[in-house]
Design a protein around this ligand. Structure first.
Ligand code: FAD
Length: 483
C-alpha cells in the first residue's frame, strides 16, 4: 500500500523553496474550495481524504436527498447493521470545520455542474448509480415484475420507491441474478418477522411482509455454480436462515469439487459450501420441516415473463436452458434450444445497477455506464473528477468504494500541488451557490438539520424496539427541521 503521508499536498507545500516556506506560499494561493456531488460513501470518503491531506482545503458535499449516506442507508440490508457503522466515520468528516453538507440539492436540476465549476476550484462527481439494467424481454413491465433495486429501495425507505406495493400474495418468487443483492432480497422475503422487526426496515414494508404468502424463492442465473457473484458470508446467512431450507440439486455440482481445487481460495470455499449444502440429506438438516425454502437454479436465461390469462400480471418466466462456452469468470452462457417454464407470481430482476449522465453535455460512456476518467480525472473536462460507482461501475463493497475515492482525492491533491488546478484566485464556493439556490427557491439541508431528523428517527425507532424508524417522505423530513 502506498504511503499516503508522503504523497500529501501539505508535505510538498512545506518543501517549496524561495517562497518564504509554507506561510509565504499561502500568501499567494487561496485556500482550495472543492465540492463533491453525492453524499454516499464515495462522496464522504473523497471529502475525508481531501480534508486529511490538505490542511486548508474546504470541501462542500451536495446531496440530492435531504438525508445523507446513499446506499448505506438505502441499499445495505436492514439486517446488516454492522455495515452501517461507516456512518460514524462519515459523521466525523461532516462535522469538520472545513466541511459542509448541503442536502436537498439535486445537482443538474437545482444547480448545474457548470455553476459549481464557477464556484469551486474543483468538482468531484460521486453521485452513484441510481438506475438499473433492464432484462429487455417481453412481459418485463407486467405487474408483479420489479427491479431488485426498487424492491431494496422499498424496504429501506427510499422515497421514490415508497409506492411500489409489491404483491406478496403468491407462494413462489423468482429472483433473476446470482449476486449479493439477489441474496439480500431473497433473505428479506424469507426472514422470520421477528428478526426483521428488530432492524431499521420501514414500518410499512414490515407490515406488508407480515402478510406475505411467499414461501419459496428461486434464484436463477444464466451461468453455473462457478460463476456466481455472491460471497460466502451472504450464502452462509441464507443457509442458516431460521425457518427456511436450502434446496440445491446435487447434479448441478457434479465434478465441481475437482474443478475448483486450484481455484482462488474464496471461490473454492464458496463452491465447497454449495456442494456440501446440496449433498446434505433432508433428514440431516435441522430445518427439514421448514415452512419456507429457497434454491439456486443455474444455466437458465429468462426469455419472457409470462402473463396470467387476463394479461394483467406475471404468472411465470420462460427460461432458455444454456450451456457454458469457456470456463471461469469469462464463461459465456449459450442457449441450448431447450426451454423451461417456472411458475411464480413475483419476479425481481437483480442484474445490476446503472449510472446515468447528470447532464447531457458532460462526458459519459453509455456503454459501460461510467464517466470516462483516468485515476478519477474526467477525460476532456479539466477541474472535474469522479469517484465511486459512477467512476468504476456499480460493483464492489464499501471498502472498494473507499479505496477508489481515496485515489480520486489523491489525483485532486496532486493537481493542486502541480498547479494543474489554478488556485491563484479565490472562489466563492457556497457563497455563490447559495445565492443561485435561493433564487430558485431551493432550501438546502445542513448536517445539523440531518442530525435533527436522525434524532427523531431514532426516537421513533426506540418506541417500536428498532434502531430507527426511517422517515420516508422528504416533505416530512423538511417539516421536522422547520423548512
Ligand atoms: P451511492 O451510495 O449510491 O451514493 C450516491 C449518492 O449520490 C446518493 O446519496 C444519491 O442520492 C446522491 N445523488 C445522486 N444523484 C445526485 C444529484 N443529481 N445531485 C446530488 N446528489 C446526487 N457494500 C458493503 O460493503 N456491504 C454491504 O452489505 C452492501 N450492501 C449493498 C446492498 C445493496 C442493495 C447495494 C446496491 C449495494 C450494497 N453495497 C454494500 C455496496 C455499497 O453500497 C456501494 O459500494 C457504495 O454505496 C457506492 O457508493 P457511491 O457513493 O458511489 O454511491
Amino acid at each position: 500500500m502506498w504511503n499516503q503521508s508522503s504523497r500529501c499536498a501539505n508535505f510538498i507545500i512545506k518543501r517549496q523553496p524561495g517562497l518564504g516556506g509554507q506561510a509565504g506560499l499561502r500568501r499567494w494561493l487561496s485556500a482550495p474550495r472543492l465540492c463533491v456531488v453525492g453524499g454516499g460513501p464515495a462522496g464522504f470518503y473523497t471529502a475525508q481524504h481531501l480534508l486529511k491531506h490538505h490542511d486548508r482545503a474546504q470541501v462542500d458535499i451536495y446531496e440530492k436527498l435531504p438525508v445523507p449516506f446513499g446506499l448505506v442507508r438505502f441499499g445495505v440490508a436492514p439486517d446488516h447493521p454492522e455495515v452501517k457503522n461507516v456512518i460514524n466515520t462519515f459523521t466525523q468528516t461532516a462535522r469538520s470545520e472545513r466541511c459542509s453538507y448541503y442536502g436537498n440539492v439535486a445537482v443538474g436540476k437545482d444547480v448545474t455542474v457548470g455553476e459549481l465549476q464557477q464556484a469551486y476550484h474543483a468538482v468531484v462527481l460521486s453521485y452513484g448509480a441510481e438506475d438499473n439494467r433492464v432484462l429487455g424481454i417481453p412481459g418485463e413491465n407486467l405487474a408483479g415484475v420489479h427491479s431488485a433495486r426498487a424492491f431494496v429501495g422499498w424496504y429501506n425507505g427510499l422515497p421514490e420507491n415508497q409506492h411500489l406495493k409489491p404483491d406478496l400474495s403468491c407462494e413462489t418468487a423468482l429472483v433473476l441474478g446470482h449476486g449479493n443483492v439477489a441474496l439480500d432480497v431473497a433473505r428479506i422475503l424469507l426472514s422470520p418477522l421477528d428478526l426483521l422487526r428488530r432492524t431499521d426496515i420501514t414500518a410499512s414494508s414490515l407490515a406488508a411482509l407480515a402478510c406475505s404468502k411467499v414461501k419459496r424463492v428461486w434464484l436463477v442465473g444464466r451461468r453455473g455454480p462457478l460463476q456466481v457473484a455472491f460471497t460466502i458470508k451472504e450464502l452462509r446467512e441464507m443457509i442458516n436462515l431460521p425457518g427456511a431450507r436450502p434446496v440445491l440439486d446435487p447434479a448441478d455440482f457434479t465434478g465441481l469439487g475437482n474443478a475448483v481445487k486450484d481455484a482462488p481460495r474464496p471461490r473454492k470455499r464458496l463452491t465447497e459450501l454449495m456442494i456440501k449444502t446440496a449433498l446434505e440429506k433432508p433428514a440431516e438438516k435441522t430445518e427439514a420441516a421448514a415452512a419456507r425454502e429457497w434454491g439456486l437454479r443455474f444455466q437458465r436465461s429468462p426469455q419472457e415473463v409470462l402473463p396470467t390469462a387476463d394479461g394483467t400480471r406475471a404468472r411465470g418466466v420462460r427460461m432458455a436452458l444454456t450451456r457454458l462456452e469457456g470456463s471461469g469468470d469469462s464463461a459465456k452462457a449459450v442457449p441450448t434450444g431447450e426451454v423451461e417454464e417456472l411458475e411464480c407470481g413475483l419476479v425481481l430482476s437483480s442484474i445490476g445497477y446503472r449510472s446515468l449522465p447528470l447532464e447531457p453535455a458532460l462526458p459519459f460512456d453509455p456503454q459501460h455506464g461510467v464517466i470516462p476518467n483516468s485515476s478519477g480525472r474526467v477525460l476532456g473536462a479539466p477541474g472535474l473528477y469522479c469517484s465511486g460507482w459512477v467512476k468504476r461501475g456499480p460493483t464492489g463493497v464499501i471498502i472498494t468504494t473507499m479505496n477508489d475515492s481515496f485515489d480520486t482525492a489523491q489525483s485532486v491533491l496532486e493537481d493542486l500541488q502541480a498547479g494543474v488546478l489554478d488556485v491563484s484566485a479565490p472562489r466563492e464556493g457556497f457563497g455563490a451557490v447559495g445565492s443561485i439556490l435561493r433564487s430558485r427557491g431551493v432550501r438546502p439541508v445542513s448536517f445539523s438539520d440531518w442530525e435533527k431528523i436522525d434524532a427523531v428517527e431514532v426516537a421513533r425507532g426506540k418506541a417500536a424496539g428498532k434502531p430507527r424508524e426511517k422517515i420516508v417522505d422528504p416533505e416530512e423530513m423538511l417539516q421536522v427541521i422547520g423548512h
